[in-house]
Every structure is written in structure tokens, then in C-alpha cells.
Design a protein around this ligand. Structure first.
Ligand code: 7JV
Ligand code: MG
Length: 214
């Protein structure tokens, strides 16, 4: 019976990465994607940009939209201080199942709360589910057509505070033009583009960092 790409990615992690060592999990996935099969992880070129923003913000509360196999969940959570948490939302149950195992292999299951479901349904429940008021950091990496509606939902649910940082993947490829237009033209955001490449390729892509001004 045939396996899926996420299953093959997990197998590579279980074979190559050291249990409890997040960096070895990250390296094993990047090696798999460069040498075996491309997969839509933020990757080893945009990943360090994500790392630098997470370190700069040092969030007490962080939200990730789009877990996939857990690669960026591990990248983010490995940098979070004790007592802080990353909430990551994943729509596809099969992806969520793999991500839980990747996160467990990295030893980060106590810092990461993976919730299965649609971001549009779950965002309004975040405050009640996790006893938080606002997010210090949000990483958008799910479906491009949901970036703008989910940003507006975060605003409406008052889950952003003055200084909250949003970082969006794939703003060029596949591209999120309506989201970019909004954060770059709204007086409520200070936005900056970090040029890079689509993971594991030479195609242009980048991350958009937007600070909510309140
Ligand atoms: C399924 O398309 C894969 C693909 C194909 C060609 C170009 C880009 C992408 C791509 C790259 C990413 O980093 C992504 N991140 C999050 N959700 C995505 O759908 C996504 C898609
Ligand atoms: Mg992406």
C-alpha cells in the first residue's frame, strides 16, 4: 500500500533525527526535501528569517495558521522561552496526525498546542480555549485565500494588541495580493517585505512582516 509524502517525511525524521533535538528534526526535514521530495515547509532559507523575527518578538503567546508537518511549529517553539506556548491550527487531519509525531520527536509537545479545524471557525474560540487575550506573534502559512479574512477576524476578535507582529509566508509564491495590499496600505500596520525564495528552489518568494499599530 502506498504512503503519502507527509508519511515519508515523518519516516525520514524518525530515522535521521535525534529524539528530543529540534535542530536535528529541522535538518532531517530540510535534507529530505532537498534530496528526496520537495515539501511545502518554510524551509532553510526563509526559516532563518522566521527565526530572527521570533527571537526579536520573543512572544509569550504565538499563533501559527497552517501546521502541515510541523516544521515551522518546531522552528518557532524551539526558540520560545519556558512558560510560553505556540498554538498551531491545521485543517487537514492527515497533516495534523503527522505533525503531532514530528513535534513529539522534537520533544516540544509541551510547548505546542495543535488544534485541528478551520482557522475561520477556531480563531473566535482562541481566547476561551486557551485563556489568552492577545497574540504577540502570528505566523500565516495556510491557504493564501484565508490570509486576509483571518487577519480581519483576528482584528474583530481583538486578538491583536499594539505591537503584535504578523509574519506571512508565500506572499509572492503562490502569492497573497489582497493581503499584501491591505497590510501595506492600512494605516493600522507598519509592513516590511523580506525577499527570499520559495523553499528549496530558486523561485522568488518572501515573507511580509506587519506590526499592528493598534
Ligand atoms: C500545495 O501547493 C504547494 C506549492 C506549489 C507551488 C508553489 C508554492 C506552493 C506552496 C508553498 C508553501 O510554502 C505553502 N505554504 C502554505 N500553504 C500552501 O498551500 C503552500 C503552497
Ligand atoms: Mg508556506
Amino acid at each position: 500500500t502506498s504512503s503519502t509524502r507527509p508519511q515519508r517525511l515523518l519516516r525520514a525524521v524518525q530515522r535521521k533525527a535525534t529524539k528530543g533535538d529540534p535542530q536535528s528534526v529541522i535538518s532531517a526535514i530540510d535534507y529530505f526535501c532537498r534530496n528526496s521530495e520537495w515539501a511545502m515547509n518554510v524551509g532553510d532559507e526563509k526559516g532563518p528569517i522566521l527565526d530572527s523575527v521570533v527571537c526579536e518578538v520573543s512572544p509569550a503567546t504565538a499563533l501559527e495558521l497552517g501546521t502541515y508537518c510541523g516544521y515551522s511549529s518546531v522552528r518557532i517553539a524551539r526558540l520560545l522561552p519556558v512558560g510560553t506556548k505556540l498554538i498551531t491550527l491545521e485543517f487537514h487531519p492527515d497533516y495534523a496526525c503527522i505533525a503531532r509525531q514530528v513535534i513529539q520527536h522534537a520533544g516540544l509537545e509541551d510547548k505546542i498546542f495543535l488544534v485541528e479545524g478551520a482557522s475561520g471557525d477556531l480563531i473566535p474560540k482562541m481566547a476561551d480555549m486557551f485563556g489568552i487575550s492577545t497574540f504577540d506573534f502570528v505566523f500565516l502559512d495556510h491557504w493564501k485565500d484565508r490570509y486576509l479574512p483571518d487577519l480581519k477576524l483576528l482584528e474583530e476578535c481583538q486578538l491583536l494588541r499594539k505591537g503584535s507582529v504578523l509574519l506571512a509566508d508565500n506572499v509572492i509564491c503562490p502569492g497573497t495580493p489582497d493581503y499584501l495590499e491591505y497590510v501595506r496600505n492600512s494605516p493600522r500596520y507598519e509592513s516590511r517585505y523580506f525577499q527570499s525564495h520559495l523553499e528549496y528552489t530558486k523561485v522568488e518568494d518572501g515573507l511580509e512582516k506587519s506590526v499592528f499599530l493598534g
